[in-house]
Design a protein around this ligand. Structure first.
Ligand SMILES: Cc1cc2nc3c(=O)[nH]c(=O)nc-3n(C[C@H](O)[C@H](O)[C@H](O)COP(=O)(O)OP(=O)(O)OC[C@H]3O[C@@H](n4cnc5c(N)ncnc54)[C@H](O)[C@@H]3O)c2cc1C
Length: 505
């Protein structure tokens, strides 16, 4: 039994992806006749307007909300995302694929890549990604739902989505309002804080309205209006490890054959994304302003677009890192107000989702128990740190010698937690996923190998299986994929049958 009265009123400041994801989850999980949920946002300020590629975990969020995939994809003009193609991260002309799903089939309880490593050294295996159903489907521009037959490699297909960020927020807004959340328009100009407790009491808007609450969720984006400006929570700066600090984003016309994946192409001082949607293509150039001017970055972006631009590029500035405490007193920072790790692996929306599920697990009463708040902050620190390490790996393991930005990131010192992972993998290709780690062994192995971090050897247990049996197993996987992938519908066909955007109207 709680000694403190329950939270009766939640105020969400900001209506971007973070604000509406929070409103959607809270309005679904709480009884809105008992707990008032109000979101205030400013049309004049608008949202960051990017954030269109996701990772498969978003399906868990949708399931929690009871959202049906087809309806959601149609409403947000979404496409299937099977992973990310990284072009030019080692040598200018090389590329690799980071797939969702798994590589091949594990054998004798041992990861597939261990067997592959042995056969590859003997010249008897193709690239690892050629044994992955998800990667092969992506490369051939195919898409379908995974098979329910666990014996089929087609059951290992795994996807996320690429969607229109504006449509996603609008979709979640409708969902939240249906569930009893209330939206207010207004620009927050003043905040009352209790002089004794330091708790936030009331937000005041430029239109003369005000909004009081028990619990405040700061979703005001990079402005971090409540967590930084009011609560004064410092920012943990990680830009020495992830030095990109700028981006230019522009939409372009839809591609003819919409690829079922995101592309991240390394550039002179950063990289460029290409995110295919049903109605247009999202593009952006992420770069480090100490190594590249905005003008040059813009020229590169516009000269390398595959389809005609739909407007002028929008400039964005950011600092990589996280707030030292996501939750302070009765104020929780969610989304960009809580931190930002650059979008290379499309992890920001996931981090919002992680923040929401931790909040639900540690939902407060009006006593705001400090042990519970500390636990929330500890869990979110772990989430951010392991995503940070995964991102750094892409930079530190580059082979773009002679380019100042790439020389810097290749030679920088990295967190010990990442050094340990790299050394362990370099020895015999081993990787261990710890509690709370987001990325799977498939992801780490794909990026290690893709970035030419090669294991010297393999786990000696592999030698317990006769070489001819390993050879036969690898060939069987290849044959199965060569047989089944061509029969999948093209991504375009799949979208037009499964979730055409007109379905949502
Ligand atoms: C270049 C770039 C690319 C990205 N790509 C990806 C990606 O591919 N995948 C991914 O997962 N994430 C990506 N992200 C991150 C993603 O965009 C964000 O995590 C996501 O959009 C959430 O943003 P937000 O809601 O926190 O902030 P915002 O979208 O900025 O929303 C802030 C809200 O607060 C309101 N607000 C601010 N100040 C006030 C005020 N004073 N009064 C009232 N309202 C106010 C605004 O009006 C707005 O509604 C990217 C980010 C950047 C910068």
């Amino acid at each position: 039994m709680s000694a403190e009265p329950p939270v009766k009123s939640i105020v969400i400041a900001g209506g971007g992806t973070a604000g509406w994801m929070a409103a959607a989850a809270l309005s679904r999980m709480l009884d809105t006749s008992q707990v008032k949920i109000t979101l205030v946002e400013s049309e004049a300020i608008g949202t960051v307007g990017v954030g269109e590629a996701t990772i498969p975990n978003i399906a868990t969020f949708n399931k929690m909300l009871g959202i049906e995939e087809r309806e959601f994809m149609a409403a947000t003009n979404a496409t299937i995302k099977y992973g990310i193609e990284f072009a030019g991260w080692t040598k200018e002309t090389e590329s690799y694929f980071h797939p969702f799903g798994t590589h091949g089939r594990d054998m004798m309880g041992m990861s597939f890549h261990q067997f592959w490593r042995k056969m590859h050294a003997l010249g008897k295996a193709e690239r690892l990604e050629n044994y992955c159903a998800t990667a092969m489907a992506a490369k051939q521009g195919k898409a379908c739902l995974p098979s329910r037959d666990p014996k089929s490699l087609m059951s290992t297909l795994s996807h996320a989505y690429q969607f229109d960020a504006g449509l996603y927020a609008a979709y979640l807004r409708k969902f939240s309002e249906r569930n009893g959340a209330v939206r207010m328009e207004g620009k927050i100009t003043d905040v009352d804080v209790d002089s004794e407790s330091g708790f936030i009491k009331t937000l005041h808007m430029d239109n003369g309205e005000s909004l009081s609450g028990d619990f405040f969720i700061d979703c005001t984006g990079f402005r971090a209006l409540l967590s930084e400006k009011v609560m004064g929570t410092p920012f943990r700066d990680w830009s020495h490890w992830l030095p990109c600090d700028s981006a230019l984003a522009v939409g372009s016309e839809k591609q003819t054959d919409t690829p079922p994946y995101t592309r991240a192409t390394a550039r002179q001082a950063g990289w460029q994304w290409q995110i295919p949607l049903q109605h247009r293509t999202g593009n952006g150039h992420v770069y480090c302003s100490s190594y590249l001017s905005d003008e040059k970055a813009g020229e590169t972006l516009l000269h390398t677009l595959e389809t005609s631009p739909l407007g002028a590029p929008k400039q964005l500035r950011f600092k990589t890192g996280q707030r030292e405490r996501m939750w302070t007193k009765n104020c929780l920072a969610l989304g960009l107000s809580g931190g930002f790790l650059e979008p290379l692996e499309s992890t920001s929306i996931y981090l919002i989702q992680a923040g929401i599920s931790r909040l639900l697990a540690l939902f407060p009463d009006s006593g705001f128990n400090t042990t519970e708040i500390d636990e929330y902050n500890r869990l979110m620190d772990m989430e951010f740190a392991q995503v940070r390490d995964f991102l750094i790996l892409h930079y530190v393991a580059n082979e773009r010698h002679g380019e100042p930005f790439w020389d810097y990131v290749r030679n920088m010192s990295v967190p010990d937690s990442l050094t340990r992972k790299i050394e362990l993998f370099k020895s015999r290709g081993r990787f261990f996923r710890y509690e709370g780690d987001l990325f799977t062994e498939t992801s780490w192995v794909a990026v290690f190998l893709g970035q030419n971090v090669l294991p010297q050897s393999y786990n000696a247990i592999v030698d317990g299986m006769p070489e001819r049996d390993i050879d036969a197993a690898l060939n069987a996987i290849k044959s199965e994929l060569d047989r089944d992938i061509p029969h999948m519908p093209s991504h375009e066909e799949f979208l037009s049958r499964y979730c055409p955007s007109k379905m949502a109207i």
